[in-house]
Write a protein that binds this ligand. Sequence first.
Ligand code: ADP
Length: 394
Amino acid sequence: MADRFEIGVLGGGQLARMTMLAAHRLGVTIASYDPDPHGPAAQVGPTVVGALTDPDAMAAFLSRCDRAVLDSEFVPVCTIRAAMKQAGFPPNRLVPDDAFLAVIQDKLAQRQLYRVAGVPSPEARGLYGESAPPRAYPVVLKSRFGGYDGKGTRVIRTREDWDAAVEIRAAGDWLEEDFVPFRHEVAVMVARTPTETVAYRPVITVQPNLVCEYTVPYDGSSELIQRAQTVAIAAVEAIGAAVGLFGVELFLTATGEFVVNEIAPRPHNTGHATMDDAGTSQFEQLVRIATGLPLGPVVESPTVGMANLLGPGDGSADGASDPERLRAARASVGGVEPFARVHWYGKQQVRAGRKLGHINVPGIVSLANLPRLRAAADAFWRGYGTAASGASGS
Ligand code: ADP
């Protein structure tokens, strides 16, 4: 393994893996830091094994890196700060910086900064055991720290729901916020260097169970597109003048307002279509930002949709990266969408709903094309399952 790297990625999941692949293409040296020596990122480049809560091991890693980026916003900021101090790693070499990350890790602080900056976002209140019930329903209860993919989010529709959430209210680290009756959930990737800020085209995210399953390009008027991009950039600026790549999640209301839900300080699931839209992928953009290159061009009207490959509920994807199954699954997708690209993350352990890969399908321009994304994902799992039964000889 080399001694030094231009970029170190804190975490070794699929976002780290795809960032590393983009870095390799540009000839940028990169390594990941993760407790799992066989995770998605470790399969495509050097990995230093260490716990995300171990400041000593993280400091040893950072001392070998010029810049650091994030695979996940859940790497504890106190660990990162201790590691940076120990390694003599300047805070501005973390992309985005630790102050930005500290706010992102606290959903209540995030909401408060949006309010101070006048960025539209649901009103939120800290929740304590004796908090009075809301005057109107629905409301949303959210874990201040650590929620992801809808884990840590509860929609409270009735007084009975409120009463049943007694443990959450007593926990002391949840918040209550206004429910936004959105027409669509939309996301905008924002890329920021010290001299440039660029917003990608918004996508509509389809999240039937509080987790994103599909994205399609947002086909609103150019005025609405621009409004979404403006709100997304304002949200990033409200948290801090940080340099980095950000996934900004928005609600689009029935009256055409964009309301900020939250920011991910890293590449985002809703930006995966950029890998195959003939512009600069979100991962390449992050590598460019971290290494001081100018931003790459962004396609104004992309026509690529994305279907997540979420672990099946029956656990049938155990030993997920079985080559026979993957061959059959790819062939099956090719049968319905010959130009689709399957991206697979190499995870070995499968839980229901876990993100195992995604499919980018060209020629998708609006929600009307959603059935094609569904059909592509269905074809994948059909092929995958067929190969499994073939391999077992049944
Ligand atoms: P996570 O960080 O777990 O993804 P989110 O804050 O994104 O949590 O919430 C998950 C989902 O819950 C959102 O994508 C949205 O569908 C729904 N949701 C969250 N907050 C609100 C809200 N204030 N009003 C309406 N729906 C919400």
